[in-house]
Design a protein around this ligand. Structure first.
Ligand code: R5P
Length: 291
């Protein structure tokens, strides 16, 4: 087995330690100091050796975490020609194209910054869009946490479960999830106003949800708007319990409270973003992609 040194910083240290242990590699932590003006100063605790794996999610504060991971990559490059960067949650992936005239495709700049910093390979988990990865000029790999989430739900013994995607864009994800669970799936028709961000569900009645436990599957939950609207719609159709699951639970502001109020029994996410709902570990799929 190739020997790696895994570097983690506070945003992903728990996951980084799990990855290091599975790779039977050394783990190096960092000291983070945030100056009164908001600047981050990072100090590596020990000198890394061999191939290096930097593990660092880019979740809020997104810009600070982005600079921190780039700083770690550039430092790692001083010790190794091979720097793998695991970005379990890749912020900016939703800005992968120009939706409205004049919008900056910031993902393209972010991708260039990783190359300039010294990254030689990028590994992400359930990135919002594969197009986002096309902006990188170095090898990339997107791994999926769906299999790990499915293992969790198989243990719950739900009542005649139905997998539901809150929007048409997530239909493939829902299909894969449902196939692995051995159950049916449907996708709702969601519309989001590109200027105000407001979400509405345009779907008509879905009688097939009646009395069935629902697994609402999305790649990420941010403000909770999509899940809330989907849950309200499904409740009106008299479904059973609703479980909301995603790979990345950002849960901005009071998203969690709003989601529970809309009738969701449990939110289940992965540890790409640590938090109360991150019950599923993605280190096995990441390690597979590295080794
Ligand atoms: C949208 O295409 C994504 O897959 C998610 O549905 C969306 O980003 C979730 O955001 P929010 O929780 O703010 O509705």
């Amino acid at each position: 087995m190739v020997s790696f040194t895994v570097i983690g910083e506070s945003s992903s240290d728990h996951l980084a330690r799990k990855i290091a242990s599975k790779l039977k590699s050394k783990y190096i932590g960092c000291e983070l100091r945030v100056f009164p003006d908001g600047e981050s100063k990072i100090t590596l605790k020990t000198k890394p050796k061999g191939k290096i794996v930097v593990v660092h999610s880019v979740y809020p504060p997104v810009d600070s975490n982005l600079v921190r991971v780039l700083a770690l990559v550039s430092q790692a490059k001083k010790y190794s020609s091979e720097v793998y960067v695991v970005i379990p949650y890749m912020g900016y992936a939703r800005q992968d194209r120009e939706f409205l005239p004049g919008e900056v495709v910031t993902m393209s700049l972010v991708a260039k910054m990783f190359k300039v910093a010294g990254a030689t390979r990028i590994i992400v988990v359930d990135i919002h869009s594969i197009l986002a990865l096309k902006h990188f000029q170095i090898p990339t790999k997107n791994v999926t946490a769906i299999g790990e989430l499915v293992k969790y739900f198989k243990r719950l013994h739900l009542k005649y479960p139905l997998v539901v995607s809150p929007d048409m864009g997530g239909v493939e994800r829902a299909k894969n999830f449902a196939n692995m669970m051995g159950v049916d799936y449907i996708a709702l028709e969601k519309h989001r106003d590109r200027k105000t961000g407001e979400v509405i569900i345009k779907s008509k009645n879905h009688y097939e949800v009646r009395n069935r436990d629902i697994i609402l599957v999305d790649d990420m939950i941010s403000t909770g708007g999509s899940i809330v609207k989907a849950a309200e719609h499904l409740k009106k159709q008299k479904c059973g319990k609703i479980y909301a699951t995603c790979t990345h639970a950002l849960l901005i502001g009071d998203a969690e409270r709003k989601i529970r109020k809309s009738g969701v029994t449990r939110i289940v996410s992965t540890n790409t973003i640590p938090g109360k709902t991150s019950m599923v570990d993605v280190s096995p799929v990441i390690v597979k992609a590295i080794s």
